[in-house]
Design a binder for this molecule. Structure first.
Ligand code: ZN
Length: 59
């Protein structure tokens, strides 16, 4: 399977499968970034990686 990775700057992301590599569309859901800094959509296996702390001067 082709990995579909999206980099986000929020801890909660929305995914409905739109524009995924295989055209799969699923019900719109919200995913919360896990402690390890990423979350995988259970529908389309798209991976969201949180990179908001990359520019955070406090980290
Ligand atoms: Zn999805």
């Amino acid at each position: 399977m082709i990995e579909d990775i999206r980099y986000v700057d929020t801890k909660v992301v929305n995914c409905d499968g739109n524009s995924s590599h295989d055209g799969l569309v699923h019900p719109s859901i919200y995913l919360t970034i896990a402690k390890e800094g990423k979350v995988e959509c259970p529908y389309c296996s798209r991976t969201f990686i949180y990179e908001g702390t990359r520019s955070d001067p406090h980290s």
